[in-house]
Design a protein around this ligand. Sequence first.
Ligand code: ASP
Ligand code: MG
Length: 424
Amino acid sequence: MKVFKFGGASVKDAEAVKNIASILEGFRKEKLVMVVSAMGKTTNALEALVESHFHQKTDLQEKFDKLKLFHLNVCSCLFNSSGLAIIQKELESLFTELEAVLNKDAVDNYNFEYAQIVCFGELLSTKIIAIYLKENGMQVEWVDARKVIKTDHNYREGQIDWEATIRNTEQTISPLLHKDTLIITQGFIGSTFENLSTTLGREGSDYTAAILGAILNAEHVAVWKDVPGILNADPKRFNFAKKIPKLSYKEAIEMTYYGAKVLHPKTIKPLENKGIPLLVKSFLDSNEEGTVIEAIEQELLYPPITIVEPNQILLSIYTTDFSFVSENDISRIFKVCSKHNVRVNMMQNKAISMNLCCTNKGYMIEPLVKELKKDFKVEYTSGLDLLTIRHYNIELIYELSKSREIIMEQKSENTYQFVTKTIT
Ligand code: ASP
Ligand code: MG
């Protein structure tokens, strides 16, 4: 069997959904599990809805109506009148559920409210696609991923409860694979053991596909994107971007570690552990080869790979009494980072300060800084980018840094990194 993941861009409108249906035509004989994201920018719209709900803003209804209208409009371009009646009923019931969440007063836990609302993006998209495929003569089984993917109570970036998830996958999905049916489920969402919705972190649908692929021992997992495969740079930023046909798991995990957005960082590990290849393919040209990520004995030669991680903050953490930063201080700083789930993307220690470069997620950084300030003096600079060049050469370093002010830099055998002000 194979697992296919379709991201937001691949289901952004009615035309995109039709395109997916035609890709699937070529796989009619296959046993397939299809993992789907929310349509287009729906997750952003839902995040805005969470803001309005949590802070009791007056634009809540307007945002809700817009979201509903968007999905209904997509449906009106996809379905004939009998199909439309079926999908409208399904969507109505999901929107009623969402309204019930919004009508309740928010509890004092933003991330909890976040997950209860944001999960609807994937529920809506998968309902629309499942019914559209059925209307077009395919046999489809819609599975609620929250009954399969179990997590802890970290509502916004849930950690997988593997034991429960394996059990549920084997009980719910495996039997369906024996029927001749396409299985469609949501990426990115899961639930706690009490069935409260959780999410796996933004762009987490890749991770869902990898989890299911690993548990079901898939032949491969394919992630369908709007790019021809994995490129050595973001084509929206750099004109030298070109496809890398083959990558080792190791190189791919390094790329995601340094912030390559093409895959969710947690995607590679479960697949590597089982030796399952990951294909990155273009939904715009499904016959193209794409990129294959798999076990490779002798590491390949790669072109320079440039990764930009935007929205960085540099925390400069000082001792309060002009004493050196001790190992004990460092250990305390990292304990606090770990407590607040803040990942350090790059660091440097100096005599009386320690510099940490982190992604500026306010909901994590604010409590972190507050706690650090109990023991240290903390200064910060935001509006930064972290640039990483794997397999660098001097010419490229010069080219990328010549018009930028370098705030912090580091070089190792394979990797060159620097922090710089975001160019706007
Ligand atoms: N819809 C979610 C997001 O936009 C998950 C995903 O697309 O993978 O972050
Ligand atoms: Mg998305």
